[in-house]
Design a protein around this ligand. Sequence first.
Ligand code: PEP
Ligand code: MG
Length: 555
Amino acid sequence: MLAVMSRLRGIAVSSGRATAPLVHIVESIDPPPLRPLGISPDDACATIRTAAAAVKAELQELAAEATGQAQEILSMTALMAADPALLGGAETFVREQKLTPELAVWQSADDQSATLRAMGGMMAERAADVIDVRNRIVAHLTGVPLPGLPELTEPCILAARDLSPADTANLDPMIVRGIVTLEGGPTSHTAILARDLGIPAIVAIDAAIVEIPEGTHVAIDGTAGYLHTANFDPADFDHVPCVPLSFDGEGRLADGTRIELMANISEPAGALQAVASGAEGVGLLRTEFLFNDAIREPSVERQVAEYGKVFAEFPGRTVIVRTLDIGEDTPFLAPVGVPNPALALRGFRAAFQHRSVIENQLQAIAQAAAQHTADVWVVAPMISTPSETDEFMHLARAAGLRTAGVLIEVPAAALNAGPILARADFATLGTNDLIQYTFAADREIAHLAELATPWDRSILTLIQLTCQAAAQQDRPVVLPGEMAGIPELAVVAVGLGVTALSMSARRLGVVARVLESVTLAECRELAGLALGCESGERARELVRGRLPILEELGR
Ligand code: PEP
Ligand code: MG
């Protein structure tokens, strides 16, 4: 075993400190080794049937506790555990090839999932469920822990290769006191959700994390990016989530210029925290939560109800709803089997193949909007051309939605912002994606985070081009990318012409406080300084040096 350091380094993505025992998330189950059967084939087949029945019962129990789509999915998966093709195939492997029960189940499930994948469409999507059932049966047969999130009842710090956004969204911050992952980046959806939940998190953690035994008391510093595995004083880490500064609900600069400060929301429950934090509206309502677990499209009625929950919290205020951003995080309609999913048929592009899904969603948004007084705007992700803009505007108007805009998150759109904004009512700047596409650096790959920085003049120039085009046509520009929640970058963005900022509710106070300390002329001067730097690091240093308030606030 390697000697493990008492402090492991990573990239800090969600502030706060905590100490708790470490829990490793098992990523996958290894294929069982080939070994002699050792028992009679009849006994081996009986063992398989017993394990499969136990898994079926376990899944039925989970289904009974779940609701909606999750219940449906778990019930169907439970039936798979008793599938005659899966179990019959395994028994044949036992009888004909004398494989052990676990290897026989493994091989049979592999055959089943390959057949499903070859069928394509909805059937191909079931292949992952067969693998889930396989893992559960093999775990029963061999006594190894199941992969995925275990049921967590005691405070802990989670260590994983990566967590899915769906898993992260369901974490309870009182139980999960910290997250460390080997993969992921500062703008990965998992990092965004951790910040939303106020759970300290570190990505790109030193690979030695795998050497730290489960149950070890560790301490996470999500502000500095360290996980202490020994020699720390627990009193220093006594569950200190980074306490957000308060916000009085009206963003402005020192000279009185109004800059609306809004919240990003990834699920309806986030609306309550946003309101409590003083958000002036919602600058980005991500709607993937409705499509995360879905094997099929959520009904219009369900969508109306979910959007309505958010609109109800913001009477008279602007709520910008993003239509489904089909991509890697949305199993529903996600591109499969393509070499570069982030560059595939995703975002609004997918509407060309699945037009009715977007039409239904826009209908649902319009219906929900009609039931509330919130000023509902809609925005389409990943728009790249003026003609895509025309298409979206047409769909939005057809649904009866008055205000429709585009997310500028592809460099082509920023470079062509003039004609795009001549068609759209407003722009929002998706800088998380804009950065990844400008640098050709996957936002999920931690080690590229230093390269792909919002401080680089390439990014600042694309923001400036978008804002100039918007100003010429009198269109607002909202910035909901993660950089909006970093006060020194918020100042630069305002200097470049952004008219409203939207961020995790917890960041509103600190951003408001720093904006209050500068005039518009100063923001423009700092933006100019940053644009003049050849390196992002230098730009950050220069701008921070001109904002003494950051030190006063301990940021
Ligand atoms: C972005 O890309 O900046 C954005 C706001 O959207 P998301 O992070 O959901 O891709
Ligand atoms: Mg995006």
